[in-house]
Design a protein around this ligand. Structure first.
Ligand code: SF4
Ligand code: SF4
Ligand code: SF4
Length: 406
């Protein structure tokens, strides 16, 4: 086992727990903690600059939360800047969370400070504040990646999403792309985030055709987190997409090992029918069916900081909120192992409580509520039939692979 000193950062390889205990305080006076091979160092921080927003999308979890929220203060951001300087493994900051980061009055100033500190900076925006001046500033900084929510190219299809924003947002993206080309600038890289439901998934091909006009290089599709039963009735997950994921190959669930093939009507239809019967699909060796539940936030060393400075492991646990799933309301309690105004990110990350939580998530030691559906404990993430240690992630929509964040 390797042990890492919380004070000087030095790693001591091949130590038993007894050897470490004997030598620990004799080294530099710091405390040495067990380093797990599969616990990555933190490398990406989501910062929620504000929970305020200039839109009011029907699907937004802000409709069901009780967070007082507000804007991140200068003091909290200063604390984060100081603490990030002590964490060289963190390379990227993503301004997101639940609210519109670009309406924070210091969005550009904070971005510039992070850039000066050598960090890559990304922002997720609904795009409504992308006026001419803002576009120039984004190119001047430059912001490294701009992820713009576009999921409703026409009103009926996107009525649950970012409805009504497409005309002004697409014009702004057109200008951004044009100015980038004029200035031979390759940043900000532009991505689109598309929240999919049965009502708007058919617009994806139309959106893809706009890449050369609007200048985006990636469409990140996520699913809807429904706030009402009506929205839940339009989900694109929970049925055939969950069949066979993460299961062993067997005569009951054989693997279909496909070569790369034209996607014509005949091949599409045959593969679609096979998937519905429960198979594990591989194409040219790549697993297309998806894996069993696992958490990309924990496995990829990400963390999130709310506008009041409280730290969360992920976007799912930033705020207490509700959503609808399988004909019932599910209550999620936020989880905050510390607040950066009181304890440094590094100390929170290294705390026994937070390391134990990450270890539980990596092993995914939670009840299999997604496949069971047997009791009322599923109605919140507080406890499950395997353990009472909060929070329980067994039915997490992110870990199931249904919701994804850039
Ligand atoms: S733009 Fe984002 S934060 Fe604002 S209301 Fe819509 S979903 Fe919520
Ligand atoms: S499994 Fe879900 S709730 Fe748990 S830490 Fe990961 S994203 Fe958050
Ligand atoms: S907590 Fe309830 S729903 Fe989840 S696995 Fe246990 S019995 Fe099933």
């Amino acid at each position: 086992m390797a042990y890492r000193c919380k004070k000087c950062g030095r790693v001591w390889d091949d130590q038993t727990a007894e050897e470490n205990e004997l030598l620990c305080t004799r080294r530099c006076g710091g405390e040495c903690i067990a380093e797990s091979d599969d616990d990555p160092a933190p490398n990406k921080v989501y910062i929620e600059l504000t929970t305020d927003c200039n839109m009011d999308c029907p699907m937004c979890i802000r409709h069901s939360w009780d967070s007082p929220g507000g804007q991140m203060s200068d003091e909290t951001f200063d604390a984060i800047m100081t603490q990030l300087a002590d964490m060289p493994s963190i390379k990227t900051v993503n301004f997101s969370g639940f609210g519109e980061p670009m309406i924070h009055p210091k969005f550009f100033e904070f971005t510039a400070r992070l850039k000066q500190a050598g960090l890559a900076v990304e922002a997720i925006t609904n795009g409504l504040v992308l006026n001419s001046e803002a576009i120039n500033k984004l190119i001047d900084l430059p912001l490294d990646r701009l992820i713009v929510s576009v999921d409703s190219l026409s009103a009926p299809a996107g009525e649950m999403m970012h409805a009504g924003s497409f005309d002004s947002v697409s014009e702004a993206l057109r200008i951004l792309y044009h100015r980038r080309q004029l200035r031979h600038a390759d940043k900000p890289e532009l991505n689109i985030e598309f929240v999919a439901s049965r009502k708007n998934i058919g617009q994806l091909p139309q959106l893809r055709q706009l890449s050369l006009v609007l200048g985006f290089s990636r469409i990140i599709v996520s699913n809807l987190i429904p706030q009402t039963q009506d929205q839940a009735d339009n989900l694109l997950y929970d049925a055939s997409c969950n069949v066979s994921r993460g299961q062993e190959i067997s005569p009951w669930q054989p693997c279909l090992d496909m070569p790369v093939m034209d996607m014509c009507d005949e091949s599409n239809d045959a593969i679609k029918r096979m998937i519905r019967t429960g198979i594990l699909l591989r194409v040219n060796g790549a697993n297309v069916s998806g894996e069993g539940p696992h958490c990309r936030f924990i496995e990829e060393g990400r963390l999130a900081i709310c506008s009041d400075g409280s730290l969360s492991p992920c976007l799912a646990l930033m705020h207490s909120h509700k959503y609808y799933f399988r004909k019932r309301s599910k209550r999620i309690l936020g989880y905050h192992p510390g607040n950066v105004n009181e304890t440094s990110i590094k100390d929170i990350w290294d705390s026994q409580e937070y390391r134990s939580f990450r270890a539980r998530v990596r092993k995914f030691e939670f009840s299999p509520c997604l496949d069971c559906g047997g009791c009322n404990l599923r109605e919140s993430n507080e406890t499950d039939c395997a353990d009472e240690t909060f929070p329980r992630c067994g039915e997490c929509l992110w870990a199931a692979g249904w919701i994804q964040c850039p």
